[in-house]
Design a protein around this ligand. Sequence first.
Ligand code: ZN
Length: 274
Amino acid sequence: MRFAHVGGDRRLASPGLVGVCPSCEVAVIPKCGPIRVHHWAHRGDRDCDHWWEPRTEWHVRWQDQFPAVWQEVIRYGPSGEKHIADVHTPNGLTIEFQYSHMRAEERAAREAFYSNLIWVVACTRLKTALPRFAAAGQLFRRVDQGIYLVPNSREAFPATWLSCRAPVFFDFEGAPGLADETKSIVAPLWCLLPTTNDGETVLLRFNRDDFVRLAHQSAQMPPARVLQRVTATVSHWEQAERRRAARFWREFAHRAKERDRNPRKWRPRGPARF
Ligand SMILES: [Zn+2]
């Protein structure tokens, strides 16, 4: 962890200090080496929260977008179970920054524990993440600015992050395999919304600054008004698609009838326009 109690204060790890773990209240020692991010460690490197993952520069960069008192907040479940949230805002929003691989079972357990959770997921660990997303993205259907329908989420995203109950923000910054045409993928965050029963998978493009600003202000991410706009836009787009499909099949049936009525005179007119 990055923060421990030192003489009643909440302090970052620094050589010579002795801290107390805010969660299990045992002594923790500062680790301030040149390789890993400075942190507090329990003796024997045992972590008291089994959901905890070692901090990386990526975690620190993200967590420091938020005030220190919002970082590493202890949250209690109804049975007394407690976990340390990466960020928990005064509006009740929990943000977990996930860098390393996580099993789908643990992901589901955390989603059940934190009632109002969003994930921010680093896509830098796997060499294939960015090329895979870029390739799958060819099939995304753009509904409106920053709103996409994803027909192929299994191809686009790692399996752990499919069928989440919480929104997942994918961060490709620093991902291997960066080419010029993928720069537009790396700059924003990509928010995969939880899929409803009959709905399609919806993906939103989020400007990073907007993400941070809205996460500071809103009790929900994406904010309710954004979700309302997305729902309305997607439903409008789907209705227009259905009308277009209906026109196509009417035209198709009409041509077939013409052909059957007079097969000798009939000449192809090129494909019906969709
Ligand atoms: Zn502890």
